[in-house]
Design a binder for this molecule. Structure first.
Ligand code: GUN
Ligand code: ZN
Length: 419
């Protein structure tokens, strides 16, 4: 492969307030799939040019939190988080003991990531080691970038999902040594204790050590509902608040991504920020389960870095565009502008994953992870040239879905659903 240039309108986020919009742009990708330059179209360019006239090129979308085994549970209404887990999610996850189910569900899951333009995601498998290996194999074949973790549950868990602490740690450690940084770093491992009500303090402490030793991520859930918080208080009365449990077990840090974080105090948000811990904000899921809404202004005031997560299957949509609009809909005291939502869906997500030097926008030397967008996939009457930057981002945010994604590239390589 030599250099390839993609000629199109290009929009990417420089930071949360600023995007660059290049009407007749050229994204040059080197032989290693990294960005050589991004700027105005240069007619003197000597190597291959892919002409994408009338199309828009944006960075690959980043989904910071989702569950592979929950794909087909989307849209099944449950009274509350804890009921919904019991009724739909635990049975679905138990079915991952069967290899054929894993292959069927995970293959469709990764196809949907591609169809929705998601090039990097933070994923949960189930407690099963074999199923997690299978998920990684499918991720490898699909060409997308992701981290995945075997879910860990060593107490107060239903039959078929409960494991011993030692088993959980051993299996996770084996998976981590096999998959963390596999495929040239495209695949990574995340230690994945489910959430405080199903994990012992010993498990958290050991996970913190494993993450420290391996450089792998930690992902979990925190403060999603008031019932969950009450359960944690009941199980762990020794801690003065929810975040202290994570502090005490040394789980917090820049490679830790905690989903939801709805019911925390200002002080707890500040402590998360200080430790470098990131939040996966999952607005669709939070509204589906009537969990509540993450207070964006408090989170931002405290300085916690956050990105957008679909949280399938409480999230009913695989599209990060859906998260962009719901991120705005769910805030009553602040507005998430199209520029800000676009930043969160790309650069912000990259930051959550500690990959801001590798992906997220079209800065030179980053990986060429990008989507080719046909705005007619949003509405056939639109012509890209007639729309301002804000209008393009606004249409994608409020009306976009996978139909706007014409093609998707990871490290300069087109990825397809027939992998
Ligand atoms: N908390 C613990 N497990 C889960 C899960 O699978 N989904 C959601 N939304 N919250 C959780
Ligand atoms: Zn989740």
């Amino acid at each position: 492969m030599t250099r390839t240039a993609y000629r199109a309108r290009i929009i990417h986020a420089k930071n949360e307030k600023e995007v660059e919009d290049i009407p007749d742009g050229m994204l040059v990708v080197d032989a290693k799939g990294r960005i050589e330059s991004c700027g105005d179209y240069d007619p003197s360019f000597q190597d291959k040019v892919v002409d994408l006239a009338g199309r828009l090129v944006i960075p690959g979308l980043v989904d910071v939190h989702s569950h592979i085994p929950q794909l087909d549970e989307r849209g099944k209404h449950g009274a509350t988080l804890l009921d919904w887990l019991e009724h739909y999610i635990f049975p679905a996850e138990r079915s991952f003991a069967d290899e054929r189910t894993v292959v069927d569900v995970a293959t469709r899951f990764f196809k949907k990531l591609i169809l929705n333009g998601t090039t990097m995601s933070g994923l949960y498998s189930t407690v099963h080691e074999d199923a997690t290996n299978r998920c990684f194999e499918i991720a490898k074949a699909s060409g997308v970038r992701c981290y995945i973790g075997k879910v860990m549950m060593d107490m107060h868990s239903p039959e078929g999902l409960l494991e011993t602490t030692q088993d959980s740690l051993k299996k996770s450690e084996r998976l981590c040594s096999k998959w963390h940084n596999a495929e040239g770093g495209r695949l990574k491992y995340a230690f994945t204790p489910r959430f405080a009500p199903t994990c012992s303090l010993e498990l958290w402490k050991e996970v913190a050590k494993l993450s420290m030793d391996s450089g792998a991520y930690i992902q979990s859930h925190i403060a999603e509902t008031k019932d969950e918080n009450a359960r944690v208080r009941e199980l762990f009365p020794e801690f003065s608040d929810y975040v202290e449990l994570f502090e005490d077990t040394k789980v917090l840090g820049p490679r830790t991504v905690l989903a939801h974080a709805i019911y925390l105090s200002d002080g707890e948000y500040r402590r998360l920020a200080k430790s470098g811990t990131k939040i996966a904000h999952c607005p669709t899921s939070n509204f589906f389960l009537k969990s509540g809404w993450m207070p964006v202004s408090k989170v931002e005031k405290a300085g916690v870095i956050y990105g957008l997560g679909t949280d399938v299957g409480a999230g009913i949509s695989m599209s990060v565009f859906t998260q962009m609009r719901h991120a705005d809909f769910t805030q009553l005291d602040c507005t998430i502008t199209p520029v800000k939502a676009f930043y969160l869906a790309t650069m912000g997500g990259a930051k959550v994953m500690g990959m801001e030097d590798e992906i997220g926008n079209f800065q030179k030397t980053k990986f060429a992870d990008f989507n080719v967008i046909d705005i007619c996939g949003v509405e056939p009457r639109y012509h890209l040239g007639g729309l301002s930057t804000d209008e393009v981002l606004s249409l994608l945010m409020y009306r976009g879905d996978g139909r706007a994604i014409e093609s998707t590239y990871v490290a300069g390589k087109k990825i397809c659903v027939d992998f």
